[in-house]
Write a protein that binds this ligand. Sequence first.
Ligand SMILES: [Mn+2]
Length: 404
Amino acid sequence: MAKLDKHFFSGNRERVYDELKGGVLAVPAYRDMQRNHDMANHFEQEGNFWYLTGVDFPDWWLLMDAKRRRSWLVAPTVDDAHAIFNGSLSPDDAKRFSGVDDVIDMREADSWLRQAARSHPLIHTVDSPPHADRFGFVLNPAAHDMREKLERIYTSVSDFRPELAKMRAIKQMVEVAVMESAINLTVKSFQSVRKNIDTYRYEYEIEADFTRDFRRAGAEGHAYDPIVAFGKNACTLHYIRNQDKLKKSNMVLIDIGAKKDGYAADITRTYAIGEPTKRQRDIHDAVREAQQQIIDTLVPGLPVAEYNNKVNGIMQDAMLGLGLIADKNDPAFSKYFPHSIGHGLGIDVHDSLGDSKTFLPNMVVTVEPGIYIPEEGIGVRIEDDILITDNGHKNLSAKLSTGL
Ligand SMILES: [Mn+2]
């Protein structure tokens, strides 16, 4: 069994020391966010903070000094009542599994920051991701608060996210092993759902069996809100209500991945409920063949732009065959295939590929073509998780049939 322990987190910090070139870094954990009234949302750690510490609790900080090659975790001030309700992480435990040199408190951290500023006009931190406007999110305030604090003490504050994204994009062997275990768990659950597909009456019954399997296997749970979308619901890309009845007349799209030991799986299959019509079968076949052709193109050194061109060509051929577009310039193309072909996969379900212009060995990416036809009430997507190897690729979810 692959295990991520202090050697993994210390190793990640060693590579950060090299990148910092004698500099200093301060990274905050996420803070708890309100769910309602006096309840917090389920806590999920910020990916970079976890990658460097393994700490899965809110409000901690990590301080790093590359010249001395030393790291400190900063423990939050937790009042007694809070600790009784929510628990807390002891400094000894934090030190043991992160491998940091020492654990200090917030007051010591303040004087650390002021002292370091005397010899370092610049400090690095991890800023918020840039997607807030696009998705209408309220951001976790941790990154913003840290930046404000640092800007009061330092002449300049620099975002270290691009460097961390580059590191995280290239998976280490131990990470691939952990990801394989999240993927295998997800595959097993898909296999059992497929075998029993005619016994389910509602979308949520399918969701429930995945949830049960993941938790029974000791996984954290789902890596993202599961999508179980029957018929036309599949045309809503992030359909997560999962409340509708399954009828013996259409297909159900299932996009689900376990989160296990900190890493995400992300798999999609589309299954027929009852006997599929010829049209349903044709669309499913077209997506299935396109997906295999697209996976076959993945090799290290392939430019991402060239890959996207190939993907468009393959998807256009699929749509021409189905009579959905008149020719390769038909604007209906992006109506029927309105999302990108895939994304990096790792700690985050949409992991960054570090802005790489080409695919590199040990990246893990999803390949998830789909064709969605709202006017016919049909949507098909098929998604696998692909490791780029030294001379090609390996489909980590290949054991799961892509059949209807
Ligand atoms: Mn995906």
